[in-house]
Design a protein around this ligand. Structure first.
Ligand SMILES: *[C@@H]1O[C@H](CO)[C@@H](O)[C@H](O)[C@H]1NC(C)=O
Ligand SMILES: *[C@@H]1O[C@H](CO)[C@@H](O)[C@H](O)[C@H]1NC(C)=O
Ligand SMILES: *[C@@H]1O[C@H](CO)[C@@H](O)[C@H](O)[C@H]1NC(C)=O
Ligand SMILES: *[C@@H]1O[C@H](CO)[C@@H](O)[C@H](O)[C@H]1NC(C)=O
Length: 547
């Protein structure tokens, strides 16, 4: 089993004294998972209505969510997005709602929400103006936080349009300073607002810089929009491609998520006219497998009964809301299938399989690939159909194009042990760590056994073995890597850091260089060193090793 999650980011004494103090001396989301112990669920107007929001839309949506069972299923947040306000603050600098759109006012709407069992959330921007051109919060942070709280709001999505760096700071430094300031303001409140950070989305074009922004994000807020906006209802282009873009970014961020902080791949769009039924269901299955926020942006009163039914799937929602809050990570990837797995709080293992190809296809996933024991018996529950089957060494799956299967795998007696297992890959190049006779290389992912790695051990000391050769472990040798007998000693021991580093006992980092797996000095923003590992691997805050 992976180590307990409360201590997942425990900081080894050796490096604790070197950590940058401001990062840890303040009240931080990962230190206080109580603020948001499981990912948020609810409604937001943006992808469906953009700026066409108003009081009626929210009250009708709330009533529909109650009568159609979505509130009972867990969707208990109503979140306003951009364009709710007027173009001017009051003379004393307070934001105002547009009284044509919200005739009874936002505090009335919050009260309405509370009476019906919902929370109310709001949108602002850390820059001079919102993306829609309304007043930004820059220079008004304290008064805006107090205003929102006084209106009965408990959730803030803070966007990052119109941010201009000051005093010679880089863009990334400017965002860090502003989101850090908001974090301090919000966490000093008697009832801190939940803080959704849009900062990383502004850096997703450059994956090395993006990772360096992600490194501080979980310390400041409860969730973060990390990549593009999901395609809006009237948007041009493919809604499925948009879902897949955000899906791919999400797969790069496994190491950051833990109870109290969630990676946010953006809204569910179940009434988007560009999606097939299979794609809508896949979208939901993938987001729940990730333990992602489930914020529906659709006209809920007009959703079909089938759409309401899959959005209310109890088994998938239980996966999404699982208290371990692990994010499913890639086990393997080839031209047809992405296979993902994670652990659940009761000791079950999740298996999620997406057919990314354009035709129906068949695959078989061995239990060893899920970090389970081939000598054991397991029960697999199909979370779409509820059908339970016994499995021995593998699960056979046939899937239509763009469909997703999700199984909850329960171990038999005496078989509860799990080893985090799956791809180790460069999150910048997308190449998979591949065992070879001469050590390890980085190659195009092809789902072969020499690209699936078991990560054994506990705490900060792990060993890494390919499924193709389980008695051999990855070790550093000079500036290269070799596969050696797992019992041969210190060279086989590694630790994984929040920066994406996989660091050898001698302090060097596994590095993709010219297609080879090499060892080099650990550096931030080194495109060969930002690695994705299976979920459940202990992660240390490695910021000190880079400073
Ligand atoms: C409120 O917004 C909805 C969705 O955009 C729109 O259909 C409706 O006409 C609006 N109602 C009012 C009273 O403005
Ligand atoms: C309020 O919103 C309406 C509809 O978008 C717009 O016509 C009006 O100008 C806005 N009022 C203010 C004060 O911004
Ligand atoms: C942004 O707002 C700040 C503070 O109000 C102001 O000093 C600055 O000139 C503004 N920058 C731009 C580009 O509008
Ligand atoms: C990414 O950003 C970093 C830091 O600003 C910069 O050094 C690097 O050249 C950028 N990479 C690319 C591919 O643009």
């Amino acid at each position: 089993m992976p180590p307990p999650y409360t201590s997942r980011w425990a900081i080894p004494a050796r490096i604790a004294s070197l950590l940058i103090l401001p990062l840890l001396s303040v009240h931080a989301s990962f230190e206080d998972p109580k603020l948001l112990p499981t990912p948020p669920m609810g409604f937001n107007n943006w992808a469906r209505f953009e700026c066409d929001l108003n009081e009626t839309l929210f009250t009708e949506t709330a009533q529909s969510m109650v009568s159609r069972g979505l509130l009972a299923a867990g969707y208990n947040r109503l979140n306003l997005d951009d364009c709710w306000m007027t173009h001017e603050r009051t003379a004393n600098g307070v934001l105002q709602w547009n009284a044509t759109l919200f005739p009874h006012g936002i505090p009335w709407l919050a009260d309405f929400a509370h009476k019906h069992g919902f929370h109310l959330g709001i949108y602002e921007d850390s820059g001079n103006a919102t993306c829609g051109g309304y007043p930004g919060s820059y220079g008004h942070e304290q008064v805006d936080a107090e205003t929102f709280a006084s209106w009965g709001i408990d959730y803030l999505k803070l966007d990052g349009c119109n941010v201009y760096p000051e005093n010679g700071r880089s863009m990334a430094e400017e965002y860090k300073r502003r989101y850090g300031q908001w974090h301090q303001i919000l966490s000093a409140m008697a009832d801190p607002l939940i803080f959704s950070e849009s900062a990383p989305a502004y850096f997703s074009d450059n994956k090395t810089e993006w990772a360096s922004v992600m490194d501080w994000i979980p310390f400041y807020g409860e969730l973060a929009r990390h990549s593009d906006d999901i395609l809006v209802y009237v948007g041009e282009g493919s809604a499925w491609d948009s879902i897949m873009v955000n899906y791919h970014y999400q797969t790069l961020l496994v190491r950051y998520q833990q109870p109290g902080y969630y990676n946010d791949p953006d809204f569910l769009i179940p009434d988007h006219p560009g999606l097939t039924d299979a794609e809508k269901r896949s979208h939901f299955a993938l987001w729940t497998s990730f333990g992602a926020p489930l914020i529906i942006s659709a006209y809920i009163p007009a959703l079909s009964d089938e759409e309401i039914q899959f959005l209310s799937n109890k088994d998938l929602i239980a996966v999404d809301q699982d208290p371990l809050a692990q994010q499913a990570a890639l086990v393997s990837r080839d031209a047809s299938f992405d296979v993902l797995t994670r652990s659940l709080a009761n000791g079950d293992r999740l298996l999620t399989v997406l057919n990314t190809g354009s035709s129906s296809a068949k695959t078989s996933i061995s239990v060893a690939r899920l970090g389970l024991n081939e000598k054991c018996q397991y029960k697999a529950r199909d979370l779409w159909t509820g059908k339970v089957s016994s499995i021995h060494d593998s699960v056979d799956i046939t899937l239509d194009s763009h469909a997703t299967a999700v199984y909850r795998i329960t171990p038999g007696r005496g078989c509860t042990s799990v080893t985090p297992t799956g791809m180790i890959f460069n999150t910048v190049s997308g190449h998979c760590l591949t065992a070879s006779s001469s050590g390890a290389t980085f190659q195009t992912c092809n789902a072969a056994d020499n690209q699936v790695w078991s990560v054994s051990g506990s705490g900060t000391k792990v060993t890494v073995s390919p499924l193709s050769n389980p008695a051999k472990c990855l070790a550093g040798k000079g500036s290269g890597t070799v596969l050696v007998d797992c019992k041969s000693g210190a060279d086989t021991v590694w630790s994984h850091a929040i920066t994406g580093h996989l660091q050898n006992a001698n302090g060097d980092c596994l590095t993709e260089s010219g297609g080879k797996g090499t060892l080099a000095a650990c550096e931030l923003m080194q495109s060969g060193q930002i690695l994705g590992l299976p979920s459940g691997v202990h992660v240390v805050d490695g910021s000190s090793s880079d400073k």
